[in-house]
Design a protein around this ligand. Structure first.
Ligand SMILES: [Zn+2]
Length: 887
């Protein structure tokens, strides 16, 4: 990598320039202003002595701000699901603290280089402090970082003899976000406290360290918020990203913990690096990393760089702020996961050591930023200026509303929420060869937030060639690939919104979209017979769910029908006024407006084509009572994504049942039971073969059983066999083993090729997918495919590929596209493309009075594939409507 050569150059000329690191006392030897309370005085324990609970951490920052209001202020930015406050503290010189509003206004001007004269630009760069954002504890059980945040804040305002602190306050504005995930931290502190005894225990399997399900990593809805930055599903993420867009940080830290046997990690980062990032940004990593190296050498702490933690996926706490123009870094401290952890070599790692390392790295970051103030402030401007004038790739993106109106509207708001400019296109326009009868949206990619806009909206962010070559080479040697996350995240693909990449910038001056624009609804005047809700997108399904909860009788069509010259697709829902509540008109209007859905009036029930409403092709919609597996044996990420999507995006309440209860519980009160992905011993251990009988009875009795992702392994296990699907081994690999008896037949290996063949793993699984979005195609004959005539794309990870299933055994509702059209975005190995093509993605079978439905990949993972929500809602709403359960 060229930036690594730069690193050597920086070292040679001493650009890191922190002479203070060599001579002055370290911050660990600082003296403090006794008027300002340290942690002991405020909370009764010293820094690193106890794991400070999240509310106490926030209270301590408020206390510090009360004691030194001219150096520090605290701002609330969000409230967690469980009601805990999220705050950040701003620390700076008295002069800067007295003009925070002016600084924010200047930051906004600097953040938009278009139309800024050179003189104005230079004056801004001269006058502004470098904005340093230090974020801690986004994973709630990565504990030491929050206490390091408290110590950093205390040191910066109370140290009396530390020239490093003085220079930081002078040239930087330091923003400290101490608890990015207070609910998760609270969960960890509780399980740790409950397990404590006479003394802190270093044994790695002691209950202090071994968290009960789901552990403290996730927030309340069990999201990994270090993947949520551009999807912004969680209130914590939304508040934080909004605050960042106000403060425009130039140097950003996201402080984590990793396994307790490791030391400390800071950048430079591992390959691959997202191609939208600039050399200048990576050089910033080097400047700060070199400064850390000096400090860590001095205090005697080990560290490593480059080996893991890439900067490719834009949803991390370092990549997202970096794509806003900053220099952002992930730090990882080996975790004591408690107060002491005995490493494999017998040494004890204490909590206090972790706090110290994060504290030193935090100060070192702010110091390097302050001492190179102009370089980082100018660098931020330059990145955003370059993004505004980028000559590479498409110049603009057009998003159509035609096939997924609600999804496109939601996507436009999500784009606006990231600080990316997006505007509305009038209906009936043609732009870039795309006709837009329903209107749509335009994003000019050459804009200050262009780095983020490109990587989120282009169809593909290519992996660097040399990285790909090295990964293919590793595969031939039987080694795992080195991608830390996924290779695809294109938002239009994930939202199933048609997009056009445009070489030019069409001159369409439409209205700007803002994140909080009301969703447009399509309401109809009161009509004589009733109403019809076209089943065209997930917003329409949400309207049906809302009306079902209000007790409005509705019927869904198995096939399309035409009334009064207008054709409505399969799935569409009809409401007859005669059987509806008296306030039907206002129920329709209010709910459609709240959701942003649309419906049409029907003067007559006479269908010109297709079934009549009295036909058995129409089935009664019910308000489904939904249960899902939860707890030990389930995968917390999958549980969280599923529950969030159903409850918070579609207003469908869900009963969560511990997986271990599913074998014995009376499930007859539910219409739908969903099994999210598994972890640990999975459903095999929690439910087992005997308990699976209860699931089978549930479906037989009229329930809809739905398996997501690898839960499909459980219901298709030959001993359980709720669905006749089978998982495949890798194609073209030898099968069988050396099995019977002590001796096997003799053999001769004649050459290298024969040796390679002999070394091929037996019964090998397909290689693990590095996370690609693959196109799926709908089977129009299956009622569960309603709304997917255009197909969709699904994120494929892992190595589960299932056999095609014969028509007389089950319906393949959605299947993967052929090999030529398979990859919608991202990268997939050639053998996996060949083996995945045409195979099932969503399968259903009538089972007694009910249904069994399987998704071979989890459609609700991370809550980020909105384009698949309707497929899930089809299973949750349309399948129960067609069950034969007696009511
Ligand atoms: Zn982490």
């Amino acid at each position: 990598m060229p930036h690594r050569i730069l690193l050597a150059a920086i070292a040679a000329i001493g650009l890191s320039g922190t002479s203070l690191a060599q001579s002055a006392p370290t911050p660990l030897e600082a003296r403090y202003d006794t008027a300002i309370p340290d942690l002991e005085a405020a909370l009764g324990h010293d820094f690193g002595e106890e794991i400070t609970p999240p509310e106490d951490a926030v209270e301590y920052l408020r206390t510090l701000a009360d004691m030194a209001p001219d150096r520090m202020q605290v701002f609330d930015y969000a409230t967690s699901w469980e009601g805990r406050p999220l705050v950040y503290a701003v620390i700076g010189s008295e002069a800067n603290m007295a003009r925070l509003d002016e600084i924010q206004a200047d930051l906004q001007r600097l953040a938009d280089p278009r139309g800024l004269s050179n003189a104005d630009r230079d004056a801004l760069i001269d006058a502004l402090p470098v904005i340093v954002w230090l974020g801690y504890g986004v994973h709630g059980d990565e504990i030491s970082s929050t206490d390091a945040a408290l110590r950093t804040a205390y040191h910066l305002i109370a140290a009396t003899n530390d020239p490093v602190a003085d220079s930081i306050r002078e040239d930087a504005l330091v923003i400290i976000d101490p608890t990015q995930n207070p609910d998760g931290r609270n969960r960890f502190v509780n399980s740790f406290t409950q397990a404590r005894g006479l003394q802190a225990d270093g044994f790695r399997y002691s209950a202090e360290h071994d968290q009960p399900w789901p552990g403290g990593r996730h927030n309340h809805y069990l999201f990994d918020m270090n993947r949520d930055w551009f999807i912004m599903t969680q209130p914590e993420t939304r508040g934080r990203t909004a605050a960042m867009l106000e403060w425009r940080p130039m140097v950003i830290v996201d402080a984590h913990e990793m396994g307790g046997d490791q030391s400390y990690f800071f950048p430079p980062v591992a390959d691959p690096v997202n191609p939208v990032l600039t050399e200048g940004q990576l050089e910033g990593h080097d400047i700060i990393g070199l400064n850390h190296a000096e400090w860590f050498d001095r205090i005697g702490s080990d560290y490593f760089t480059r080996e893991i933690f890439d900067a490719f996926y834009p949803g991390y706490g370092d990549t997202w702020p970096m794509m806003q123009g900053g220099v952002a870094m992930t730090y990882e401290q080996g975790s004591a996961r408690g107060l002491v952890w005995t490493r494999r070599n017998g040494e004890d790692l204490t909590y206090a050591e972790g706090v110290t390392n994060h504290f030193i790295a935090s100060l070192s970051t702010a110091q390097a930023a302050a001492e190179n103030r102009e370089r980082f402030v100018r660098g931020f401007h330059d990145v955003r200026a370059a993004a505004s004038n980028n000559g590479e790739g498409p110049a603009s993106i057009i998003l159509s509303r035609e096939t997924n109106r609600w999804g496109a509207e939601r996507l436009a708001r999500l784009i606006a929420r990231q600080g990316i400019e997006i505007s509305r296109i009038d209906a009936g326009t043609t732009a870039c060869g795309t006709s837009l009868p329903e209107g749509g949206f335009l994003v000019q990619l050459n804009q200050p937030a262009g780095q983020l806009a490109r990587t989120l909206l282009e169809r593909d962010t290519p992996l660097p060639e040399d990285f790909l070559d090295s990964q293919e080479d590793r595969r031939t040697r039987g080694l795992d690939h080195e991608l830390y996350d996924v290779t695809a995240w294109s938002l239009p693909v994930m939202f199933n919104v048609q997009s056009t990449e445009c070489a030019n910038r069409p001159n369409l001056s439409g209205e700007a979209v803002t994140a909080d624009d009301a969703m447009p609804a399509g309401v109809a005047d009161s009509a004589r017979f009733g109403y019809v809700i076209p089943w065209t997108d997930a917003g329409q399904a949400r309207l049906v769910a809302a009306l079902a909860a209000e007790g409005v009788p509705m019927r869904t069509a198995a096939s399309e029908f035409t009334i009064d010259g207008e054709t409505f697709p399969a799935g569409s829902v009809v409401i007859a006024r005669t059987s509806a509540p008296a306030n039907l008109d206002s129920l329709m209007r209010l709910n459609a407006r709240m959701i942003g859905a649309s419906y049409a009036g029907l003067a007559t029930s006479w269908t010109e084509r297709g079934p009549n409403f009295g036909s058995s092709q129409f089935a009664d919609i019910i308000a489904p009572r939904i249960a899902m597996a939860w707890g030990e044996g389930t995968d917390a990420n999958s549980v969280g994504g599923l529950r969030y999507v159903l409850e918070r995006r579609y207003g469908l309440p869900v009963t969560v049942i511990r997986a271990s209860r599913l074998g014995g519980a009376d499930l007859s009160g539910f219409d739908v039971l969903i099994l999210p992905e598994q972890s640990g011993g999975g459903y095999g251990a929690e439910i087992g073969e005997s308990g699976a009988g209860n699931l089978s009875r549930f479906a037989q009795g009229g329930g809809t059983l739905i398996a997501l992702g690898d839960a499909t392994r459980f219901i298709t296990d030959p001993d359980i066999n709720l669905l006749p699907l089978r998982r495949e081994r890798a194609a073209d690999t030898p099968t069988g083993g050396s099995g019977e008896g002590a001796l096997v037949s003799g053999s001769v290996i004649e050459d290298d090729a024969a040796l390679q063949a002999a070394l091929e793993p037996r019964n090998a699984r397909p290689d693990t997918s590095p996370g690609a979005l693959l196109n799926v195609t709908a089977n129009a004959d299956a009622f569960l495919s309603a709304g997917y005539t255009q197909g969709a794309a699904a994120m494929v990870t892992g190595s589960d590929i299932y056999t095609a299933v014969p028509l007389d055994e089950a319906d393949t509702v959605l299947r993967f596209a052929g090999p030529e059209d398979l990859v919608a975005s991202g990268y997939l190995w050639e053998e996996n493309i060949a083996q995945t093509a045409y195979k099932p993605f969503m399968v259903s079978r009538r089972s007694g009075a009910g249904f069994v439905v399987a998704f071979t990949q989890d459609p609700t993972a991370r809550g980020y594939q909105e384009g698949l929500d309707l497929a899930l809602l089809n299973a949750v709403i349309l399948a129960p409507a067609r069950s034969y359960r007696l009511r």
